[in-house]
Design a protein around this ligand. Structure first.
Ligand code: ARG
Length: 459
């Protein structure tokens, strides 16, 4: 006879190949803690509802405590014959305490059990991820605070556009990550709803008290439709979508770190412990960590696509397809957690090279817009001033110098409205300071924004 709990109606056991194909214990044992937590609450509720005796409940509680110890000590033997984590734990319990273990499954099914387990597990992981996001934000905000006065070229089309503060650039990512954190918090609300009580699909004939179980498990809400409760994995998809956006933000920053570390830019250096060398080119120091973050973002986006396709054609209610939700979800969590951990560390080990950044600003006529604005303030219509400055840029380019290097006489040749005070706006620092409004790049604004974030993150 097979080991299975459901083999009663079968004439032969499943083949070895089918056992391996359908089993999930290799990966879903990761849900063991959540599974036990859910079972303990379910048993407690069954007792309070008069369905399970006090003695059975006590036996289940002590049996589960022993199983928890066995798992913690790595002593529990997981068996593929028992298919998944739910049946492994239930069987172990029954081996220990007998009939009370068999009564645990009253009024429940693996269908509502697994949906509950994933939600319990995922909500805990979301909390971990949120605190890690905030740590990366802190690292970036600290960099912003320390480098509010450091001027770098801001780019559009990857061409030098206007000077910006390096701190301002860091704070752009703090904002993105702030929205990622919000998305995680928002998604958590929908993760934190309890399917338990839906049983297989239609509910149960036992007088269960779902409010009791929900309270014991700290679920904010209860799934209101049993068919929906056991079948949809939209909460996992939503989480993976939020994780994908988070990874995309980190991937964009990684791309910048990689470019900035190239000697052609030389804007930053990444600490040696985050880089590797080449086995053939002795001079090489490669930014492997940001490169892998960029690569791993593809992996998480792939999991999102996988989960969406997994869901798309499933009729109600539970289908075994849903067993395939776990590996992408687990790998998404692992990838995001590892990435955030390493990122906070890496950003705290960045060396900023202000001289190189400033030199790059001076090479790209980054203050051309400032000159145009200067003329507008003297009464020239913006379209005309744009043209005047374009001529000046052409002239400077032909002479291999920056706008600030042109003499007042030469500049006045383009517009007689230009006076000696023009040189204040032609410097990168003048350009930054002139953008002193909410959301602008002036160091004063950058310091205020960094302080706001650091205070908020310390909360
Ligand atoms: N291992 C299954 C899963 O992950 C548990 C639920 C199985 N339910 C069933 N009726 N076969 O989805």
């Amino acid at each position: 006879m097979s080991n299975k709990t459901w083999s009663g109606r079968f004439n032969e056991p499943v083949s070895e190949l089918v056992k391996q194909y359908t089993g999930s214990i290799d990966f879903d044992k990761r849900l063991a803690q959540a599974d036990i937590q859910g079972s303990l609450a379910h048993a407690q509720m069954l007792h309070e509802a008069g369905i399970l005796s006090a003695q059975d409940l006590a036996d289940i509680q002590s049996g589960m405590a022993q199983i928890q110890d066995e798992i913690a000590a790595g002593k529990l033997q997981w068996s593929l014959d028992l298919e998944d984590v739910h049946m492994n734990i239930e069987r172990r319990l029954t081996d220990k305490i007998g009939d009370a273990g068999k009564r645990l499954h009253t009024g429940r099914s693996r269908n509502d059990q697994v949906a509950t387990d994933i939600r319990l597990w995922l909500r805990g992981e979301i909390d971990v991820i949120r605190s890690l996001i905030r740590d990366v934000q802190s690292a970036l905000a600290e960099l912003a605070q320390q480098n509010a006065d450091v001027v770098m070229p801001g780019f559009t089309h990857l061409q030098v556009a206007q000077p910006v503060s390096f701190g301002h650039h860091m704070l752009a990512y703090v904002e993105m990550l702030g929205r990622d954190d919000e998305r995680m918090a928002d998604c958590r609300k929908r993760v934190n709803r309890m399917p338990l009580g839906a049983a297989a699909l239609a509910g149960t004939t036992f007088p269960i008290r779902r409010e009791t179980t929900a309270k014991l498990l700290d679920f904010e809400e209860i799934c209101q439709n049993s068919l929906d409760a056991v079948s949809d994995r939209d909460f996992a998809i939503e989480f993976t979508a939020a994780a994908s956006l988070l990874m995309i933000h980190l991937s964009r920053l990684s791309e910048e770190l990689i470019v900035w570390m190239s000697p052609r830019f030389g804007f930053i250096d990444i600490a040696d412990r985050f880089c590797t060398g080449s086995s053939i080119m002795p001079q090489k120091k490669n930014p492997d960590v940001p490169e892998l973050v960029r690569g791993k973002s593809g992996r998480v986006i792939g999991h999102l696509t996988g989960l969406l396709v997994l869901m798309k054609s499933q009729p109600l209610a539970y289908n075994k397809d849903n067993q395939e939700d776990k590996e992408p979800l687990f790998d998404t969590v692992d990838t995001v957690v590892d990435t955030l951990r390493i990122y906070a560390d890496m950003m705290r080990g960045i060396t900023v090279k202000p001289d190189n950044m400033r030199a790059a600003v001076l090479q790209g006529f980054a203050t051309a817009t400032d000159l145009a604005d200067y003329l507008v303030k003297k009464g020239v219509p913006f379209r005309d001033s744009h043209e005047v400055v374009a001529q000046a840029v052409r002239h400077a380019e032909q002479n291999g110098c920056d706008l600030a290097d042109l003499s007042l006489d030469v500049l006045r040749g383009f517009s007689s409205l230009i006076e000696a005070d023009v040189f204040a706006v032609l410097t990168p620092e003048g350009s930054l300071n002139a953008r002193n409004h909410l959301g602008g790049t002036a160091p004063e604004q950058v310091r205020a924004q960094a302080a706001r974030w650091l205070a908020q993150l310390a909360d």
